[in-house]
Design a protein around this ligand. Structure first.
Ligand SMILES: [Zn+2]
Length: 232
């Protein structure tokens, strides 16, 4: 049976068209560029996300992460997954096991750390119990457009058990970010960039202040009050 035409946007959604495009225009084992993909699906929003949806359905599409011989702009269509253009196949999703490359990609993206508690694989929790084991959890996430998507995240076995019913709300977080002051936003941006939270001068001073003897605390307190008095 010949494959349906990938150009036919009246019959097929973008994910199905992308699958058909890979089969007819690229072919298993071959490399394609992001620009070629975007060119084929000109004007179609979120084509990259639809390619990711195919990965959830068993399609192996490698990027430079999995295949260092690829250029930054290149991806390789390695292996066909579910034939999503056949009615009923497109929905047969996520219940299936993750592929090895999905697991590897998620752990690499997460720096091989539990995103909930920060522990690394084989590290001790410090409670005398067994060492941490990392695994991949599926997390329901509400996207800015209101739809719900299942995304993958690295978690240790301990956190994973607690986090099963968790659902993230990206638009709610985005509106909190919007409400931050300039200074707060700068601090957050720095933590995000470093993927860790640096203690600010303010926090360091506060921590140090708390440990001082009373006489020294009084000196610092007076200095702070002086400074704020001068400015106001
Ligand atoms: Zn954890």
């Amino acid at each position: 049976m010949p494959l349906p035409d990938w150009r036919d946007a009246s019959k097929h959604g973008t994910m199905i068209r992308a699958a058909l495009w890979l089969e007819t225009e690229v072919g298993e084992g071959n490399v394609f560029t992001k620009s070629k993909l975007r060119e084929a699906f000109e004007g179609v929003s979120q084509i990259d996300r639809r390619i990711r949806d195919l990965r959830d359905r068993g399609w192996q599409i490698d990027t430079r992460r999995e295949d260092p011989t690829l250029e930054l702009d290149e991806q390789r269509y390695v292996k066909k997954g579910l034939e999503v253009w056949i009615p009923g196949q497109a929905k047969a999703k996520a219940k299936s096991n993750l592929t090895a490359s999905q697991r590897t990609r998620t752990m690499q993206q997460d720096n091989f750390l539990c995103r909930s508690c920060g522990i690394g694989s084989g590290e001790s929790y410090g409670d005398g119990g067994s060492a941490a084991q990392l695994d991949i959890a599926r997390r329901k996430v509400r996207l800015p457009d209101g739809s719900i998507e299942t995304q993958l995240v690295t978690e240790c076995n301990k956190c994973r058990v607690g986090g099963r019913a968790r659902e993230e709300d990206v638009p709610a977080l985005l509106s909190e970010i919007k409400a931050l002051s300039g200074i707060e936003r700068q601090a957050l941006a720095a933590w995000i960039k470093a993927d860790r939270r640096e203690r600010s001068t303010l926090e360091r001073l506060w921590g140090h202040y708390r440990t001082l003897p009373e006489e020294s605390r009084a000196v610092l307190a007076a200095a702070v009050n002086d400074e704020s008095g001068q400015e106001g």
